[in-house]
Design a protein around this ligand. Structure first.
Ligand code: NAD
Ligand code: DAU
Length: 339
């Protein structure tokens, strides 16, 4: 089988490619990625000479490039997206172009050539849970709250519309917060690990009592694999870690693992429209695919911290250049507006 992985040079995409080449060595994998600030060929350096792997630099907003790439494979796993909520608040336009228009090109191409698609989405499309609410399921109504989650919700609706209208062969997964190696140091876990390694403070938004459901990235990859093997066309699968953690508790764990103390924690102005709680009920994936997360938060977090300690030059390169401009605009503003 030949599989096209869009966004394969990013965090989850690069972990997925490593996972796929290890678990399906007979398959050919093509990584299609525009190499935005979040895409990094260093993430795939160890496999660049693998004869079963090919990199194609391409943008999903370029319709012809998408058609050329999709035509040559059997299956498309679509990770490519703008993914950081804070950036979507600063500049929604690129989220709409990439996440919605780009996905339309993927859909038109799989429709044209009759290919199988798996669309990667997020639990953020469901909005925010109250403390007493049950976790999200595949039946939860969409209620996206940020420009990022609204753009992902739109892309999910388009996938379902193409299944319903044109009968394309597609599935969707909505996954909770991933963590692990190669995560760009703008999201909370890698940002906080790298700040602590650099002797900087960590900016906790608001009261720090927001909850996220953390899943180790390899568990996500295995879920996508099982959906490709056993999933029913047109169906959606919710994948989660079964692991709800308050941001402040996560922060304290990281501070501890990095050998620092609470003086490293700085409470800053809240993210506008900040979703309070996400949690996933993955019963459908468990019952129909035999999937459940296997990596404990303790093991996964330790493994992640060790990876960032061993890859400080990778982190430094990610945090240079354009990132610094973004950091200055966003985080310095947050730090300046403490409670
Ligand atoms: P990421 O930001 O680390 O990587 C995104 C990748 O997409 C990068 O390699 C980037 O270069 C590429 N890309 C961006 N725009 C592109 C374009 N126009 N054309 C081609 N490539 C482009 O993101 P991630 O965290 O790995 O997320 C991957 C997918 O998983 C996204 O669809 C995201 O919505 C979804 N998701 C992420 C999480 C999470 O916790 N990170 C959870 C659930 C779902
Ligand atoms: O739920 C899945 C989603 O998880 C994915 O779809 C997104 O692509 C991914 O970015 C992630 O979104 P979040 O907004 O939950 O992730 P982030 O790491 O940005 O923030 C996690 C929590 O930590 C959130 O409550 C905001 C808070 N936070 C974040 C940063 C960057 C802080 O308190 N301080 C920070 O500096």
């Amino acid at each position: 089988m030949k599989i096209l992985v869009t966004g394969g040079a990013g965090f989850i995409g690069s972990n997925f490619i490593h996972y796929w080449l290890q678990t399906h060595p007979q398959d050919d994998v093509v990584c299609f990625d525009a190499l935005t600030y979040a895409g990094n060929l260093e993430n795939l350096k160890d496999i660049e000479n693998n004869p079963k792997y090919l990199f194609v630099k391409g943008d999903i907003t370029d319709r012809d490039a998408v058609f050329d790439a999709v035509k040559q494979v059997d299956v498309v796993v679509h990770f490519a997206a703008e993914t950081h909520v804070d950036r979507s608040i600063m500049d929604p336009g690129i989220f709409i172009r990439t996440n919605i228009m780009g996905t339309q090109h993927i859909l038109d191409a799989v429709k044209e050539y009759g290919k199988r698609l798996h669309h990667i989405s997020t639990d953020e499309v469901f909005g925010s849970l109250k403390p007493e609410d049950p976790p999200f399921t595949e039946k939860t109504a969409y209620d996206p709250q940020s420009p990022y989650s609204a753009s992902k919700a739109a892309s999910d609706h388009l996938v379902r519309a193409y299944v319903n209208t044109y009968g394309i062969q597609a599935t969707i997964s909505n996954c909770s917060n991933n963590y692990g190696p190669y995560m760009f140091p703008e999201k909370i876990i890698p940002l906080f690990i790298s700040n602590l390694m650099e002797g900087k403070k960590v900016p906790v938004y608001g009261d720090g009592h927001q909850v996220r459901d953390w899943i180790f990235v390899d568990d996500h990859s295995r879920g996508v694999d099982l959906i490709l093997q056993k999933g029913t066309m047109g169906e959606t699968y919710c994948l989660g870690g079964g692991n709800e953690v308050k941001n402040i508790d996560l922060t304290k764990k990281l501070v501890d693992l990095l050998g620092k103390d609470d003086a490293s924690i700085e409470f800053v102005k809240d993210r506008p429209g900040h979703d309070r709680r996400y949690a996933i009920d993955y019963a459908k994936a468990k019952e129909t695919l035999g999937w459940e997360p296997l990596v404990t938060f303790e093991d996964g977090l330790l493994q992640t911290v060790e990876w960032y300690k061993a890859n400080q030059e990778w982190v430094a390169r990610c945090k240079s250049g354009d990132y610094q401009t973004y950091y200055d605009e966003w985080y310095e503003n947050q730090l300046a507006m403490k409670h």
